[in-house]
Design a binder for this molecule. Structure first.
Ligand code: FDA
Length: 395
């Protein structure tokens, strides 16, 4: 039995950050990672450039059964704190849009940075051992110590950190391991569902699949959530940032609304009629939207002919429809394509300050395993870093 101060299960974003912080406080930490290499989701994130944080990080950009839970960790370790770390490692970065920060070079730099931070433990009298290719077997608690059996040995520590992420993208080895382990120790789990995921269309909406590849800047809405970004038609339905964002709020059976002309002022179609009575709905739509999309929308609105011959009332209702076009997704592309998972370990089970389980001393949960899910755009990594620092400083 090899003994440590803390065992971290999962060598992803949160697990590596937590181990580095604890190691730099002189703790002896072991990270047990199942995959052959650590940080696989970091490596594929942001198209290989890792959208590592968002300057606009705020608690209202996270979904959770308890929207207040993330406040403490997010306020104690901010996007600026992570950016300072990135800069201290000489990693060049840029802001793409909407506060989203990416590496100029490669996501590999972020993984290398986290491993370099782990290696700094030695200077503080700690150690961080990172082991990949470890298949976790039995995990138990004997009252004072957690014991973890793996394919290569047995490990014991007074603290155990669950950092194995969520079940999104099982092809990459993601699973519900965190939830199973949490339940094993008596913690509740909010039913997980895929988030930041493309939505699929069927029924009457199926015609829109012919627009595969067409995109436009829209405002997409689901309930009270609204996002102004690009929407993309795919051969299965809808994708693009605006759709991924609303997908996190969407539940089966609900409709989503799309404003195809977010720049248009009220009355624009009547205005177009006055300006050019020989124009058509299709031609005025084509001024603002890709041609194929304009054609499909005009066809569905079914107002053929010159605008000059159309009653104002019909144009008024066409305008209203274009501002809130209702799609009824028949599903999503599921965990196979979801960037993240909504739901997870119930936050009421954890201290928002340390991420330690209230009823199970020494057990911690961080990152995506917890019921805190961010918007698209670097918010999920920021939660991984912040929750990891909260736990790492408490271990
Ligand atoms: P993460 O998934 O990073 O780490 C969990 C680790 O545990 C993995 O290494 C896994 O192999 C390991 N593990 C799982 N089960 C195990 C077991 N039984 N035993 C041992 N180890 C086990 N977010 C963002 O903010 N900006 C972005 O650009 C992107 N881009 C992006 C692209 C794609 C394609 C995906 C799928 C996701 C993103 N994300 C993102 C989301 C982001 O990747 C995610 O929120 C974080 O990686 C979560 O960090 P965690 O450490 O919690 O889990």
């Amino acid at each position: 039995m090899q003994t440590y101060d803390a065992i971290v299960l999962g060598g992803g974003a949160a697990g590596l950050m937590c181990a580095a912080v604890a190691g730099q406080r002189g703790r002896r930490v072991i990270v047990l990672e199942r995959a052959a290499e650590v940080g696989k989701k970091i490596l594929i994130s942001g198209g290989g450039r890792c959208n590592f944080t968002n300057l606009n990080t705020a608690p209202d950009r996270y979904l959770s059964a308890n929207p207040h839970f993330a406040k403490s960790a997010l306020s104690r370790y901010t996007a600026r704190d992570f950016l300072a770390l990135v800069e201290a490692h000489g990693i060049a970065w840029h802001e793409k849009t909407l506060g989203q920060l990416f590496c100029d070079g490669s996501a590999r730099q972020i993984v290398a940075m986290l491993l370099a931070e782990c290696a700094k433990a030695a200077a503080a009298g700690g150690t961080v051992e990172v082991r990949s290719g470890e298949e976790i077997g039995k995990v138990s608690h004997d009252g004072s110590e957690y014991r973890v059996m793996t394919s290569s040995g047995a490990f014991a520590a007074p603290a155990l950190v669950i950092a194995t992420g969520g079940p999104s993208i099982p092809k990459m080895g993601a699973s519900d391991f965190a939830y199973r382990l949490a339940r094993h120790f008596g913690l509740k789990v909010v039913e997980p569902r895929p988030a930041l995921v493309p939505l699929t269309l069927g029924g009457e909406d199926v015609l829109f699949r012919d627009l595969s590849g067409v995109s436009a800047e829209v405002v997409a809405r689901c309930g009270k959530a609204a996002f102004r970004e690009a929407a993309l038609f795919t051969h299965r339905g809808l994708s693009g940032p605006a759709i991924l964002q609303v997908s996190s709020y969407w539940h089966p059976g609900e409709a989503i609304g799309i404003d195809f002309l977010p720049n248009a002022a009220g009355g624009w179609l009547l205005e177009a009629k006055r300006a050019n009575s020989r124009g058509t709905v299709r031609s005025v739509l084509a001024d603002a939207l890709p041609d194929r999309l304009a054609a499909t929308l005009a066809e569905r609105i079914a107002l053929a002919g010159d605008l000059g011959n159309m009653p104002d009332k019909a144009l008024h209702s066409a305008e209203a429809r274009l501002a809130d076009w209702r799609f009824h997704p028949n599903g999503s592309e599921g965990f196979a394509k979801a960037e993240v998972t909504v739901g997870g370990i119930v936050t009421a089970e954890l201290s928002s300050k340390t991420m330690e389980a209230r009823r199970v001393p020494g057990l911690y949960a961080i990152g995506e395993a917890v019921d805190v899910t961010g918007w698209l755009g670097g918010y999920n990594f920021q939660w991984a870093w912040a929750s990891a620092v909260a736990a790492g400083t408490a271990l």
